[in-house]
Structures are given as structure tokens and as C-alpha cells.
Design a protein around this ligand. Structure first.
Ligand SMILES: Nc1ncnc2c1ncn2[C@@H]1O[C@H](COP(=O)(O)OP(=O)(O)OP(=O)(O)O)[C@@H](O)[C@H]1O
Length: 600
């Protein structure tokens, strides 16, 4: 069992390492910077090991020698200062270059990730929570950059530093060097023991922090519901539990880290004591000079810094591997819907729509639409009605090609929509949903969706057509008014009118209204209806409405039931047929009153 677990673990590590390798091409353009960084690290390390050696020369030759050489002492002090300055400069340049490369690498990975996510079909978003995608684009890329900056830096700088220190010690005196090395196996043993504890502590803290963040994101998004159901106290308690568990993990992480550092410090001091004991004896017996002993003490002290740093880097490596794995998994997910190699131009047709034996399933084997066949004539106004879950929105999603049909085909102006480029298709089909998406920016930006080639005059003209101009002009800065997050400073009806203006600007030949008026009060619904009527002129318009009044004037109404079209006809035909449509009308009191009055 244990073996299995370790096999799984090594498999995960291998995958993580492979993922990091796959991301290396992002670092390739900065190869020169990395080479320069390497050179600068060598200079910096050389200056570090040179410093104790210069002091040794000063002590042995100039201070404790038979003659006092003030000039020599001055010269060595000067060289020492120059060496220190060179080290500082090399270190500074190395950090700047490495950060430059690291930040450029994340910027490129982030852009690639974002554009890749944007190209994905809706199926991808069904399986990947938005919160997680945000984490991948923001913090996972940041973690990967630490691999290029911290991990790479530490491996080269600290690894080289250890080698240089050991070489210097052996060059100075082999016997004392052996004594100084005496503790190395113990240091490695301690490091290995702590590495595991540090890794677990680090991962626990990260996991608990992401729980806190996920809870926070979910709750802030649903804060209205929390307030509506007076759940503030209960949610705060749940948050407190998560927050405390993160606090405990964080304190434990520091505790392990401090323990490790102190043990290392203790071992370092034991090593110094050993060197003082053995080296001091050698000085007394005049085998070595005092300066050499000083240099040894300095090297032993220097020796522990890279060991500490290298041990800590395992955390960076582990988290970079996990992050690289997640990022790569997204980058390697091919969009479920691809454009054809030789796309067909969308000709200026009128917007005829044909569903030809269309069957569709979100999950294989669970069909939600069954063998739908119908034709919508260009410029007509059709309604889709049916109980919740009947499949109305799914029909529209297929027409927009957010999902791919499982069987059959959909034609727009007699061409299978799979022969068009998705961009072209969506340019000629406009959709307005009940929940209007508002972006940060001005009213103008939101209507023209940041397409600056659309002039302000065109935007104003579009707003006038749908009747949005009136309320926009009353806003503090008119079209230049900044809209608050999620359109908080606009009413639901105003947001709908804004969405209509968006459509009017784009001037698509097909218009889809997905329950656009479902939650408006009757006054607002009236002006939204007026906007809609103007918008629908000369366009094929498909409306989904729970309020049947929205579609009673439709040329044709499709009644859906469990993914099948069960009735088709005009309002009066369907009402007279006394089928499902009539039942739906009678269920909604307002509708039946209207319908009955018009039928009498
Ligand atoms: N993204 C999805 N993944 C899996 N199943 C889905 C998804 N979207 C809808 N469904 C399922 O497909 C069926 C049809 O849903 P659809 O949203 O098309 O119905 P609808 O008639 O528009 O309902 P409503 O009026 O409530 O919006 C339902 O059973 C629903 O649970």
C-alpha cells in the first residue's frame, strides 16, 4: 500500500517536472539573460569567498607579521572594499536581470493562458469553475515565475557557493577542512528530516489558504442571499473555522521553519567550536597562522546559509510543479469547437434558420434535445415556450454554436453553421440575456464593447432606436458615465436597454432574447418591450419568455417539452388546440385572463 502511495507520488512529481519542462519554451527568449545571471552569480560568489581570504592575508601578513606594513594593510583594505562593491553590484544586476526575465515569462504565460481560455467552448466552462481559472491565471503563473527566479537562483548561487567554500577550506588546510566537514552528514540528515516536515507544513498552509479564498469569493458573490436569509452570523462562524485552521497551519509552518533554522544554527556553531578547538590547537603549535583560523571560522559560518536556502527551495519546486501541471493542463486542452480549415463567408442573407433532426446532450448518453426539426423564416418573430428545463436555452446555445450538436445539423441561410467561422456566426446573431453582463468602463464602452472603430454618433443613434438615450442623457456624465461593478448604478430595465443598444450597434440579422423580460416590473417591461419591438424590425427574432405575453404576437410559437417540440403554431391556434400551450397559459393567471378576454 505504502509502495503504491509512493509510486503515485513519484508519478505526480514526474508529471510536475515534465510540465515545468514543457513550459521552458516560455523562458527560451531570455536565455541570454540567464547566461548573464549565471556569470554574475559566479562573480558574486567569488567576491563572497574572497572576503575572508583577504582578511586572513591582512591578519597573517600585515598585522601579525614581524613588521608592521601600513601600506600593505591599506592596500588590502582597499581591495576588500572594491571586492565588496563588486559583489554588491553583481548581486544587484543579477537580481534585476532575473526579475526582468521572470516577470516577462509570467506575462507571456498569462497572456497565452487567457487567450487560450477565451477560445474554449462552453463545455470547458461547465467543467472548470471560474474561481479556479482565476487562480490559474493569477497565482499559478506567479508561482511558476518563482521557479525561474528563486529556485533557479538558489540552485546556481547556493550550489556554487557550497562548492567554492569547500574548495577554499581544503586549499587552506586539509586537516581542519575535514573537521569542519565532520558535521555534514548530520546536516544532510537533519535537512532531509525537516524537508518532509517543511513540505507538509507548507502545503497544508497553501491548501487552507485556498479554502479561505474560495469561501470568501463564493460568499462575497452571494452576499445578498446571505443578508436576505439572515445568515451573516452563521457564515461568519464558518469563515472563522476556516480562518482559524489557516492560522494554525501558518503558525505550525513558522514553528517548523524556525526549528529547522535554529537546529542548523546550532550545528553551525558546533562546527565553529570544532574548528576553534582543532584550528586553535594548530595556531598554538604554529602549524597555521591566526588569519587562516579566522578564514576557516568565516567559511564555516558562510557554509550554512546556502544549505538553509537550498532546503527551503524544495517548497518552491513542489509548488511550481503543481502550478505548472495545472497551467499546462489548460494550455493542452484543445477547444471543443474548432473553426473549419476553409471557412465559408457569411453572405448577406436574411437570417433563415433550419434545425434539421438536431439531437444534443451536455453529457454523453443524456440527451436534452431530441430530433428537433423546424424552420424559421427570415425576418419572422418566433417564440419558444416550455416549462423550466424543457431545453429552450439549449436550442439558442446550439444556434450560437456555444455547444456542438450531437446529431443533425443547423443551417443559417442554407449553410451548415459548422462551415462558418465562429466569430462570423456570432457577428450575425445577437443575444440579449436576462442577466446583462456589464464591464467596468463608461456607458459608451459598454454599448460598443470597447470597439473604438464604432463612433459615438453610431452609439447614440443605436441608443435612440431602442429608447435607451433618454435615461443615458439623465446620467451624471451621459455616455461618459462610469458604470459601477456589475452595473450596480443601473436598474435592471436600464441594463436591458443597454444590452438592446449593444445589439442595435452590431446590427445582427438574427436576434435572440433569452427570458429578457422575465423579472421586470410591468412599467419597466413596457419600455423594454418597446425597445424590443424596434429592435426586432427586419430581423429574425427568437424569443424565450416565461411571461407568455411576450410571445403572443409571435408569427410562430414552438412549445418544448423535455427536449421535444410538442406543439407549433400561432398563439390563437395553439390556444384553441387545448394542449400544453394552453395549460401553460392557464397556469399563469395574468396570461389566462388576457387570453380568455381576447378569445371571448
Ligand atoms: N451546462 C449544462 N450542463 C449540463 N446540463 C445542462 C446544462 N445546461 C442545461 N442543462 C440541462 O439541460 C436541460 C435543458 O436545460 P435548458 O436550460 O435548455 O432549459 P430551459 O428550457 O431553457 O430552462 P429554463 O427555462 O429554466 O431556463 C435541463 O435538464 C438542464 O438541467
Amino acid at each position: 500500500m505504502k509502495r503504491n502511495a509512493s509510486n503515485v507520488k513519484s508519478g505526480v512529481a514526474r508529471e510536475g517536472a515534465n510540465s515545468l519542462l514543457h513550459l521552458l519554451p516560455f523562458a527560451r527568449p531570455y536565455a541570454l539573460q540567464f547566461v548573464l545571471v549565471f556569470g554574475l552569480i559566479v562573480i558574486y560568489n567569488a567576491t563572497s569567498v574572497l572576503q575572508p581570504y583577504l582578511v586572513k592575508i591582512a591578519i597573517d601578513k600585515e598585522i601579525s607579521g614581524p613588521h608592521i606594513h601600513t601600506r600593505g594593510l591599506f592596500l588590502i583594505t582597499g581591495i576588500y572594499v572594491l571586492v565588496v562593491l563588486l559583489g554588491v553590484l553583481a548581486n544587484y544586476l543579477q537580481i534585476v536581470l532575473l526579475q526582468y526575465a521572470g516577470q516577462n515569462i509570467i506575462q507571456k504565460i498569462r497572456l497565452e493562458l487567457f487567450t487560450h481560455i477565451e477560445r474554449q467552448a462552453m463545455k470547458f466552462f461547465d467543467g472548470n469553475a471560474i474561481g479556479r481559472l482565476v487562480t490559474h491565471v493569477s497565482s499559478d503563473t506567479e508561482t511558476i515565475s518563482q521557479f525561474f527566479t528563486q529556485f533557479f537562483l538558489s540552485m546556481v548561487r547556493d550550489g556554487l557557493s557550497l562548492v567554492m567554500i569547500v574548495v577554499m577550506m581544503f586549499a587552506l588546510n586539509v586537516r581542519i577542512a575535514f573537521y569542519a566537514m565532520f558535521l555534514i552528514p548530520i546536516i544532510f540528515l537533519v535537512s532531509a528530516l525537516f524537508r518532509k516536515r517543511l513540505r507538509i507544513a507548507y502545503q497544508t498552509t497553501r491548501t487552507r489558504l485556498s479554502n479561505v479564498v474560495a469561501f470568501l469569493a463564493e460568499n462575497l458573490a452571494g452576499v445578498r442571499i446571505t443578508q436576505m436569509f439572515h445568515q451573516e452570523y452563521r457564515q461568519a462562524q464558518r469563515f472563522d473555522v476556516l480562518n482559524r485552521s489557516h492560522q494554525t497551519a501558518n503558525i505550525h509552518e513558522y514553528y517548523v521553519s524556525v526549528q529547522f533554522n535554529r537546529v542548523l544554527e546550532l550545528l553551525g556553531n558546533v562546527a565553529v567550536a570544532l574548528v576553534v578547538w582543532v584550528g586553535g590547537g594548530e595556531v598554538l603549535h604554529k602549524v597555521i597562522l591566526f588569519g587562516t583560523l579566522y578564514a576557516f571560522i568565516s567559511y564555516v559560518r558562510q557554509f550554512f546559509t546556502p544549505i538553509n536556502s537550498l532546503t527551503q527551495q524544495w517548497n518552491t519546486l513542489q509548488s511550481s510543479m503543481v502550478a505548472a501541471d495545472r497551467v499546462l493542463r489548460i494550455l493542452q486542452t484543445k477547444p471543443a469547437i474548432e473553426d473549419p480549415l476553409l471557412p465559408q463567408e457569411i453572405k448577406s442573407g436574411l437570417g433563415k434558420i433550419v434545425f434539421d433532426h438536431v439531437t444534443f446532450a451536455y453529457k454523453q448518453g443524456e440527451n436534452v434535445l431530441h430530433d428537433l426539426t423546424f424552420t424559421i423564416e427570415p425576418g419572422s418573430f418566433v417564440g419558444f415556450v416550455g416549462a423550466t428545463g424543457a431545453g429552450k436555452s439549449s436550442v439558442m446555445s446550439l444556434l450560437m454554436r456555444f455547444y456542438e450538436v450531437s446529431e443533425g445539423r443547423i443551417l443559417l441561410d442554407d449553410v451548415d453553421i459548422r462551415h462558418y467561422r465562429q466569430q462570423d456566426l456570432r457577428r450575425v446573431i445577437g443575444i440579449v440575456q436576462q442577466d446583462v453582463q456589464i464591464f467596468s468602463g463608461t456607458v459608451l464602452d459598454n454599448i460598443r464593447l470597447f470597439q473604438t472603430q464604432i463612433t459615438e454618433e453610431q452609439v447614440i443613434h443605436a441608443a435612440k432606436i431602442v429608447g435607451a438615450d433618454d435615461f443615458i442623457c439623465k446620467l451624471p456624465n451621459g455616455y461618459q458615465t462610469n458604470i459601477l461593478a456589475k452595473g450596480a448604478n443601473l436598474s435592471m430595465g436600464q441594463r436591458q436597454l443597454l444590452a438592446f443598444a449593444r445589439i442595435a450597434v452590431q446590427n445582427p440579422r438574427v436576434l435572440i432574447l433569452d427570458e429578457a423580460t422575465a423579472s421586470l416590473d410591468s412599467q419597466t417591461e413596457q419600455w423594454v418591450q418597446r425597445g424590443l419591438q424596434t429592435l426586432a424590425v427586419d430581423r429574425t427574432t427568437l424569443v424565450i419568455a416565461h411571461r407568455l405575453s411576450t410571445v403572443r404576437a409571435a408569427d410562430q410559437i414552438f412549445v418544448l417539452d423535455q427536449g421535444r417540440i410538442v406543439e407549433t403554431g400561432s398563439h390563437s391556434e395553439l390556444f384553441a388546440a387545448r394542449g400544453l400551450y394552453r395549460q401553460l397559459c392557464e397556469k399563469s393567471g395574468v396570461e389566462s385572463a388576457y387570453v380568455l378576454s381576447t378569445n371571448m
